[in-house]
Design a protein around this ligand. Structure first.
Ligand code: ATP
Length: 291
């Protein structure tokens, strides 16, 4: 639970936004460029900012040829909609989400955004459409300012502060010795888990993508931090197509739609009330998880 994208994918997930100027990332870029399986197709094009209508069409996928995880998944997510994926561990929730930024390639079928096959977009322009919040936040040694601007290197101070405010990180920054210029990382100030999460959220506000993937934390934070993060995430997901690998009841209850995944298949769909009324898997799951 909670291991969303494995380390390499994690680097991959953010790489598109700041390859220039940050020396350390060149190495990763080179490394990623040598992955033969996932690369720009000939003729792939840069797409401008998309609306965020997502379609999985008869998607087949397995991590190894003999292990089919998804066997013909059909799923339509409207622009701006929030869909919460729930289901037992290993059901395929993370897998479904990680196919969208093309961390893995589908074996059959297709995924489209605004009707365009994601394989026909350059990886860079595809990934610039998607913000990812996960439990493990990637920070590098440097200032808070640099770490936030990682979502968009050319951002102005005003934009960085605004992103920090919306991410509920402004008070944290104000309390640090050098504000935005405070050095974090091994030789600097160590941020708490909740502060790192908010920093990741600030990055995405700055990047402003139409699509959001949220891998919800399972570890407990203190109530106040938890609330700040929930508020920031609610604001972040507003107006963006949001896919949540959901663990929190509040998230699930508030989602536009819940998709219950079991062994790679959507076994139930609907909102919280509808699903409780059907008296099926969702009801049993929610009783077990949230009692
Ligand atoms: P959880 O709630 O535990 O995170 P999940 O519903 O997100 O589970 P996935 O992580 O998508 O489930 O896993 C679906 C299946 O694919 C599982 O059987 C898992 O073991 C397998 N799997 C996931 N990632 C990989 C990988 N990188 N390589 C091989 N198999 C994997």
């Amino acid at each position: 639970v909670g291991v969303f994208f494995r380390p390499i994918e994690k680097i991959n997930s953010v790489i598109e936004t700041y390859p220039k100027g940050i020396a350390g990332f060149k190495r990763y870029m080179t490394f990623l460029d040598t992955r033969p399986d996932i690369a720009d197709r000939p003729g792939a094009r840069d797409v401008g900012k998309l609306k965020g209508d997502i379609q999985y069409k008869n998607v087949e996928f397995g991590y190894a040829a003999e292990r089919n995880i998804l066997k013909g998944l059909d799923l339509t997510i409207r622009a701006g909609e929030t869909i919460a994926f729930v289901g037992p561990s290993g059901a395929g929730k993370t897998t479904i989400c990680s196919l969208l930024p093309r961390f893995y390639e589908v074996d059959g079928g297709a995924i489209t955004i605004d009707g365009i096959d994601i394989r026909d977009m350059t990886l860079r322009s595809l990934r610039s459409q998607i913000g990812i919040v996960q439990q493990d936040v990637f920070l590098f040694a440097g200032t808070i300012r640099e770490n936030i601007a990682y979502g968009r290197l050319e951002a102005t101070e005003g934009e960085i502060l605004e992103a920090a405010r919306r991410a509920r990180l402004d008070e944290v920054i104000a309390s640090l010795p050098a504000g935005l210029d405070t050095i974090i990382g091994e030789r600097g100030v160590k941020l708490s888990g909740g502060q790192k999460q908010r920093l990741a959220i600030a990055r995405i506000f700055l990047k402003n993508p139409p699509i959001l993937i949220l891998d919800e934390a399972t570890s407990a934070l203190d109530t106040e931090t938890e609330r700040a993060i929930q508020q920031a995430l609610a604001e972040l997901s507003k107006g963006r197509t949001t896919l949540v690998i959901a663990h929190r009841l509040a998230t699930i209850v508030n989602a536009d739609r819940i998709a219950v995944i079991d062994r790679g298949v959507i076994v139930e769909q609907g909102d919280h009330k509808e699903l409780l009324a059907t008296n099926g898997i969702y009801k049993r799951l929610s009783e077990a998880q949230f009692a």
